[in-house]
Design a protein around this ligand. Structure first.
Ligand code: CTP
Length: 402
């Protein structure tokens, strides 16, 4: 299965033609390959298949009109044009291709095609006579010259009884052709789970134990993994960050909840990155009522939380497992010890005693360790560092598979 479509945003244009019934299947196939699909239909397309069907299959509202105030208030046409990684028009009618070749913007789909910087591909579907007509041939030549891709048409028996070229390619062929529009990325289709942020360990209904983790590093890693084509899940403790695009987020509070979520993800995880600052201990008892001040001192008994990353690394089969180590002294010694003790494939170590990096800051500098080596990455933004780390993790993950 091609994984180049993972996380790709496909704007599917459907124009009026009997082949529009195949668009329903096409949406399913594109989504099976990990693509996100939004559908734009021309009025003629709605005569052949209902917007409701395509809305249900794409999981997104179908866009119909250029001048629809409600749609513009949601995702406006320019936003939609920017959203797309590729525009695929299937079926593309002779009329649509003629309007596109003329540079017209007389409906939503032609307007989007003009406005977008994304690659455009057309899957023509029409009667063989219309396809053979010199006017269509001239339009096809014009569109090709502008860099627009044409998928098909295939030849064969047509709905109108004719035999010849003009049939739309089958959904599977269109998926293969669409995938080929894209370059492969480092983590195409690889399933990555990342923990991020702090955990909160309840003492009573209003108090908890926690730490200063902002979640920025884990969120940056999730964004970088999704950019690299990974199907990315973020298990997030309580943080105030927005979910990166194309990332599925599971919110948790306590270490136990984070552990449970990680275990549930295990069977569908190829790479696990533990960036969360998990509380090592939790109160042995959680008071049912708010604890009142009664004496000068208060002793709270703490019990160990499960070690999430070590549990993931101990699972069989196990994902490629990456941990973090925040240290204040003897960074590399402690880090290598942690790598071995927790049986990790890689460990990302940072010295949190250095001002300006680590907890809560926007920058970080780390040393990455693995069994046979290590690499120091200089101080830079967490976003940039995340891209470098994802590339490094991807390289080692692939080496392990080889
Ligand atoms: N970690 C985890 N579950 C825990 C504690 C830590 O998954 N209950 C993960 C963190 O997400 C991080 C790595 O383990 O990736 C290292 O965490 P750290 O707290 O530095 O290590 P500890 O095992 O607690 O070691 P020490 O207390 O000796 O520093």
């Amino acid at each position: 299965m091609s994984t180049r479509l993972a996380n790709r945003r496909i704007l599917l244009g459907v124009t009026g033609g009997i082949a529009a019934y195949k668009s329903a299947e096409l949406i399913r196939r594109l989504r099976d390959h990990g693509a996100e699909v939004r559908v734009v239909m021309t009025p003629a397309a709605c005569e052949f298949i209902t917007p409701l069907t395509l809305q249900a299959l794409s999981g997104n509202p179908v866009h119909l009109d250029l001048l629809d105030p409600a749609a513009e208030a949601g995702m406006g046409h320019i936003e939609l044009a920017r959203w797309a990684d590729a525009v695929l028009v299937a079926p593309a009618s002779a009329d649509f291709m003629a309007r596109l070749a003329q540079g017209m913007a007389d409906d939503l789909l032609t307007t989007l095609c003009l406005a977008t910087a994304a690659r455009i591909a057309l899957a023509p579907a029409m009667n063989q006579g219309m396809w053979a007509d010199p006017a269509t041939a001239a339009n096809v030549a014009t569109l090709r010259e502008r860099g627009i891709h044409l998928f098909g048409p295939a030849a064969g028996a047509q709905a109108c009884g004719d035999i010849g070229p003009g049939r739309m390619l089958e959904p599977d062929q269109l998926v293969t052709e669409t995938a080929a529009l894209f370059q492969s990325r480092l983590l195409d289709g690889v399933r990555v789970t990342i923990t991020a942020g702090p955990t909160r360990e309840a003492l009573d209904p209003v108090r908890y134990l926690s730490n200063h983790s902002s979640g920025k590093m884990g969120f940056a890693l999730a964004a970088a993994a999704a950019d690299a084509g990974a199907i990315t899940t973020l298990i997030a403790g309580p943080v105030t960050l927005c979910t990166p695009e194309r990332v599925q987020r599971i919110d948790v509070e306590s270490a136990q909840q984070m552990y449970d979520a990680a275990m549930q993800q295990l069977a569908s995880t190829d790479i696990f990155i533990a960036a969360a600052a998990v509380a090592d201990y939790r109160p042995a008892q959680v008071a049912g009522q708010k604890i009142k001040k009664q004496s000068e001192t208060l002793t709270i008994e703490l019990v160990r939380n499960p070690d999430i990353v070590a549990s993931v690394a101990a699972a069989r089969p196990r994902p490629f497992t990456v941990g973090f180590a925040a240290e204040t002294d003897a960074l590399l010694d402690h880090a290598r010890d942690k790598l071995e003790r927790k049986r990790l494939d890689m460990l990302i170590a940072n010295d949190v005693s250095v001002p300006g990096i680590g907890f809560n800051s926007d920058d970080n500098a780390v040393t990455v360790l693995w069994a046979q080596g290590e690499l120091a990455l200089a101080q830079c933004s967490k976003r940039q560092l995340a891209t470098e780390l994802v590339a490094l993790v991807a390289r080692h993950y692939r080496l392990q598979l080889a």
